[in-house]
Design a protein around this ligand. Structure first.
Ligand code: HEM
Length: 358
């Protein structure tokens, strides 16, 4: 009898293999890739965290889309129904909201780790650009998602953002018109933000992620050498599968716990419905745009837009700019660290300042 089962099993799997003729050895070989030992620490393998949270976003986002209605007349009411009437709707919304926030925080932290360990340097310049585009797409996710709620603050946040786009030199009016779908934020704007939020951005992030991970695999993760490290070379690596994969799975479980706890303690709230005729006393974007909002308050519309754009462009192409500065002026890597600390502190100060301001 056991023999018969074994033969049947073999028969079933060999039939499956003819239906799906995949060379599993390739996968086994790819999984056995040695990864540097420092990846045992969360700080160094932070890239997996936003990837995990992106999956949570997609799953909870699909569930929310079953109930959300993208029209100015219905949007707010549909979010109200999700929050108060649909069973566990509030939990789904809260998971989506918290996961979005944690995704932005973890992408920032991953960027800082890559910057301060110098892992963006040759030959990984292009992967930094892909990564930076991922950061932009993640922020665009946050912005469009927040606007979909169609409450007072999110409506006026969208209005301020499209006014900011208007101030971009030469092409600003085209960008803002494209974003709004007309001269003002309204019906067309919501449809556009919805299409971006559930169609364009997920596709863009998926493609960028694929490129990002392929390049990580092709280059291999940067080997870091720590001062005083006396470990023999062959001990500085471990296998991706199962050792590193176990760490990533554990991080995933812990993140799910964290998301659940945050959602239970601070569930997603809902403000007053959007009213295009009444400007609220204190307009505030989501916290990750505080720095540019503070910059706007400190300078003028035009100056803040040009300054933010210039800083973002420098950051995006920093690996290329740095290597040019090194070749031309012999700039030291130590100066890059100072520039990084200065930029990070500037961002932090503006963000904290805005968060305490009215
Ligand atoms: C959704 C956002 C992102 C995801 C899911 C992601 C994912 C990953 C993963 C899984 C790795 C492998 C090593 C690690 O885990 O640290 C990695 C490495 C890397 N990432 Fe990202 N990343 C994202 C955003 C970014 C950003 C914003 C940047 C910088 C602007 C960036 C630049 C890099 C670079 C240069 C490497 C190679 C690091 C090395 O060789 O040590 N990534 N990323």
């Amino acid at each position: 009898m056991p023999e018969r089962i074994a033969t049947e099993k073999k028969g079933f799997f060999s039939r499956l293999e003819t239906l799906f003729p995949f060379d599993w050895d390739l996968l086994r070989h790819a999984g056995a890739e040695p990864v540097p030992y420092h990846l045992k620490k969360w700080w160094f393998c932070l890239g997996g965290t936003p990837m995990y949270l992106f999956v949570v976003q997609v799953i909870t986002g699909i569930a929310l889309t079953f109930y959300y209605v993208p029209s100015p007349a219905e949007a707010y009411h549909s979010v109200f129904v999700i929050t108060h009437d649909i069973r566990f709707g509030w939990f789904l919304r809260s998971l989506h909201k918290w996961s979005a926030n944690l995704m932005i925080i973890s992408v920032f932290l991953h960027l800082l780790r890559v910057y301060f360990t110098g892992a963006y340097r040759h030959p990984r310049e292009l992967n930094w650009v892909f990564g930076f585009s991922l950061l932009g797409a993640t922020l665009a996710f946050g912005f469009t998602g927040y606007s979909l709620v169609y409450e007072q603050l999110s409506f006026w946040g969208a209005t301020v953002a499209t006014n900011l786009a208007d101030a971009v030199p030469f092409v600003g009016s085209y960008i803002s018109y494209f974003m709004r779908g007309g001269p003002e934020v309204g019906e067309q704007t919501l449809t556009r933000f919805f299409i971006f939020h559930i169609g364009v951005l997920p596709t863009v992030v998926f493609l960028l992620l694929a490129m990002h991970i392929v390049l990580v695999r092709l280059h291999g993760v940067t080997e870091l050498h720590f001062e005083g490290e006396e470990v023999q070379k062959e001990h500085r690596f471990f296998r991706f599968w199962p050792e590193h994969a176990t760490t990533e799975i554990l991080i995933g479980v812990l993140l799910m716990y964290l998301l659940t706890i945050l959602s239970l303690i601070w569930p997603a709230t809902l403000g007053a419905p959007a009213n295009p005729n009444v400007t609220p006393e204190h307009i505030k974007p989501e916290w990750y745009f505080y720095f540019s909002f503070r910059l706007l308050k400190l300078t003028s519309l035009k100056v803040s837009v040009v300054l933010t754009g210039a800083l973002m462009a420098i950051a995006m192409f920093w690996p290329f700019i740095e290597s040019w500065l090194k070749r031309k002026f012999g700039m030291s890597e130590r100066l890059s660290i100072f520039i990084g600390i200065f930029a990070f502190l500037g961002f932090l100060v503006l963000t904290v300042w805005e968060s305490f301001a009215h």
